[in-house]
Design a binder for this molecule. Structure first.
Ligand code: NAP
Length: 232
């Protein structure tokens, strides 16, 4: 029997930033638990990573992170097959335009997917991380979590919430040897930034965010970075 590999869960791993992070974690020797809604896209992404890295285990579970029941089922399945989680990357998110024009249902959905889902996943993996006194939770927030913009008030609110929660969480969990970082990028060249005014060649590349994650994971136990802002 070989040595058991560390396990990372990445949400929104079927494309964009989450997919780049998952591929990079596979290169670094993590077994992967992957989540997103579209079963077909997730299986395709999972197969591609598994083909490139037969040495790791890859397990994919389609679920809508807005659903508490689906999320609990998915995490139980992933940890049941892969083992305890060392790294959780809360990356999945939705981008919706609107500020005063957003109704409460739209706001609730945005907060549920971009903020509450990350808190829920954190709570699900925390007992294992605490008992092993080891873990890293990386939350992909946004520049919209540190600066407000007029046309995306609801999205900003969800990302400001995530950044504030991350900061508090890192302080709370330091004594358990668990680190938490919020990464706050400007426009990243993915499907989400299709309507960006910044030309795609001047946007941040998904691999830049994956490299930021790689850098954070390389730091020694005592070095804690609560927030990384990446401008474009
Ligand atoms: P993307 O290309 O649209 O990918 C989003 C990923 O999240 C997909 O895998 C998607 O798969 C999944 N997802 C979306 N809603 C979900 C849900 N309710 N439940 C489960 N999975 C869900 O977006 P991206 O640009 O890579 O963005 C990733 C993260 O970075 C987001 O949190 C976003 O807010 C943040 N961000 C993006 C930018 C940017 O300019 N692109 C800038 C700053 C921050 P399914 O659709 O199949 O569910």
């Amino acid at each position: 029997m070989g040595t058991k590999l560390p396990v990372a869960i990445v949400t929104g791993a079927s494309r964009g930033i989450g997919n780049a992070i998952a591929r990079s974690l596979a290169e670094q020797g993590y077994s992967l638990g992957l989540l997103a809604r579209s079963e077909a896209d997730l299986q395709a992404a999972s197969l591609e990573i598994q083909r490139a890295h037969p040495e790791i285990s890859v397990r994919a579970r389609a679920c809508d992170l807005a659903s508490e029941a689906e999320t609990i089922g998915a995490v139980e399945d992933l940890t049941g097959h892969l083992g305890p989680v060392s790294v959780l990357v809360n990356n999945a998110g939705e981008y919706v335009l609107g500020t005063s024009g957003m109704d409460s249902e739209q706001l609730r959905r945005l907060l549920e997917v971009n903020f509450v889902a990350a808190c829920r996943l954190t709570q699900l993996v925390l007992p294992q991380m605490k008992s092993r006194e080891n873990g890293y939770i990386i939350n992909i927030a946004s520049i919209c979590g540190v600066e407000a913009y007029p046309d995306v008030g609801g999205y900003c609110a969800s990302k400001f919430a995530l950044v504030g929660y991350s900061d508090a969480l890192d302080q709370e969990l330091a004594r358990y040897g668990i680190k938490v970082t919020a990464i706050c990028p400007g426009w990243v060249a993915t499907r989400m930034s299709n309507r960006s005014p910044v030309p795609s060649e001047l946007r941040i590349q998904p691999e830049d965010i994956a490299n930021t994650v790689r850098y954070l994971l390389s730091l020694s136990k005592g070095a804690r970075i609560r927030q990384v802002v990446v401008h474009c």
